[in-house]
Write a protein that binds this ligand. Structure first.
Ligand code: PGA
Length: 257
């Protein structure tokens, strides 16, 4: 399966930073074209700008970091999936742990957002992951499977085809600490078993499940060389064009193997 790398820019970058990223990134790409699929989850205020800027790059998916599940409404400060669609943004992250921990995102709202995106033909990347406390108490599997199960309520067999899951242990995000590849694979296998139970073997095998949490050019190989892990969701190492390009280059070599 072709791997996919998604950068998450969080609340970083100005317009001129994005233009600079673009010119550095395409300088690097012009010397070494790559086949891997990639995307960036951009701060919503710059989505239109990024759509224009990266317009010629058919490999680049421009994604949002969050959206509201209603079509429209009195939700001050929010952006709906339909407004994203209106500017040709094809999908969004959903339930990133920073939204769950700092902005009151719940399994219920994650499910509503996931369902709304998928029902409207958009891509949804649902983020799940356990806290350090859960990890240390051997509760990772239970916590993560519950998050996945709840995110999937009312999601049909057809809709799930546009969904990806990003497994991101919260204790690994932005900390430089990483789980072993074996731990990640074993958790991803458990997610696949659940998907098989809820849908089918075929769907469980075709669903893309990414790993996220302190992924860097020097450790991406250890994760992605394993067939169980279909890609990466990357925060800080996606901010810099050189690092982002290195992540893609490493992944491209693996795809060719
Ligand atoms: P990080 O962030 O790569 O900086 O750990 C990952 C994420 O938040 O998705």
């Amino acid at each position: 399966m072709n791997k996919i790398i998604i950068g998450n820019w969080k609340m970083f970058k100005t317009k001129s930073d994005i233009a600079e990223f673009k010119s550095n990134f395409y300088n690097l790409l012009s010397n070494k074209p790559i086949k891997v699929n990639y995307g960036l989850a951009i701060p919503s205020i710059f989505l239109s700008y990024a759509k224009q800027l990266f317009h010629d790059d058919k490999q680049m998916l421009i994604l949002a970091q969050d959206c509201h599940y209603d079509f429209e409404g009195a939700y001050t400060g929010n952006i709906s999936w339909s407004q994203l669609k209106d500017i040709d943004v094809i999908g969004s992250l959903v339930g990133h742990s920073e939204r769950r921990q700092m902005f009151g995102e719940t399994d219920i709202s994650v499910n509503k957002k996931n369902k709304a995106l998928l029902a409207n033909g958009m891509i949804s990347i649902v983020c799940v992951g356990e806290t350090l406390h859960d990890y240390e108490n051997n509760n990772s599997i239970e916590v993560v499977l519950k998050q996945v199960r709840l995110a999937l309520i009312n999601v049909s067999e057809i809709e799930i085809k546009n969904m990806l899951i990003a497994y991101e242990p919260i204790w690994a995000i932005g900390t430089g600490k990483i789980p072993t590849t074996k731990e990640v694979c074993s958790l991803i296998e458990k997610i696949r078993n659940l998907i098989e139970e809820l849908y089918s073997k075929e769907i469980s095998l075709s669903l893309k499940i990414l790993y996220g949490g302190s992924v860097k050019p020097d450790n991406i190989n250890s994760f992605l060389s394993n067939d169980t892990i279909n890609g990466a969701l990357v925060g800080s190492a996606s901010l810099n064009a050189t690092d982002f390009f290195s992540l893609l280059k490493e992944t491209d070599i693996l795809n060719e193997k």
